[in-house]
Design a protein around this ligand. Structure first.
Ligand SMILES: Cc1cc2nc3c(=O)[nH]c(=O)nc-3n(C[C@H](O)[C@H](O)[C@H](O)COP(=O)(O)O)c2cc1C
Length: 186
């Protein structure tokens, strides 16, 4: 089983720590894992140029890291998204990645990637609560289950994450993340 983690925080912070532990839990179940930091690679904005929606064109016309990410998503059995909340929604690098997933839809808007992948979400935030996290998760489920045919495996969220190393100092949060990764790969 292949599990791909995509982390959108610019910080090597809490989201990354938690996703690393989710992947560690998956690895304990024998999964092959990889983590990509979306802010360490070049992801250009979607141009809505229409190239990916022309018959015969199978992908985005832009040349950047998304080509590699599309290939890795195609191969992954499960995907773990890690994102911080900025102004009540996922931060911009996640949204930029998300917009570029448009190229993984055919001209008739059917999914271009294999369906049936599992996905799990890790959301970190400073002071918000479930009233922020639940609608975010529901939007992601609408996109990745609704448009791409993936299976939603739930979300892990941690509040009071202003300090970059907050989660690293919470053994119970790390254990929870590991257990989440194990459940994802059962
Ligand atoms: C531009 C910006 C906007 C933010 N907006 C919110 C917000 O709306 N609600 C909230 O609870 N935290 C907010 N925060 C706090 C971040 O969510 C928090 O620092 C981050 O999730 C920690 O995750 P990380 O360590 O993975 O970066 C914001 C932080 C920044 C930098």
């Amino acid at each position: 089983m292949k599990v791909l983690g995509l982390v959108s925080s610019p910080r090597k912070g809490n989201g990354q720590t938690l996703v690393e532990n989710v992947l560690a839990g998956a690895a304990e179940n024998g999964a092959e894992t990889e983590l990509i930091r979306l802010t360490d690679v070049e992801i250009k904005p979607c141009l809505d140029c229409g190239f990916c929606k022309k018959e015969g064109n199978a992908t985005c016309m832009q040349k950047d890291a998304m080509a590699d990410i599309y290939a890795k998503l195609a191969e992954a059995d499960a995907v773990v998204f890690g994102m911080p909340v900025y102004f009540g929604r996922p931060n911009a690098p996640f949204l930029q990645f998300n917009d570029r997933m448009y190229a993984m839809m055919n001209p008739d808007f059917s999914p271009r990637l294999p369906t049936g992948k599992k996905f799990a979400t890790v959301i970190t935030l400073g002071g918000g609560g479930l009233e922020t996290v639940e609608p975010m998760h529901a939007t992601l489920a609408g996109i990745f289950c609704g448009a791409f045919g993936w299976k939603d495996c739930g979300f892990l969220w941690k509040n009071m994450m202003h300090d970059r190393k907050a989660a690293a100092g919470q053994p119970e949060s790390l254990a929870e993340a590991k257990a989440f990764g194990k459940k994802l790969t059962e």
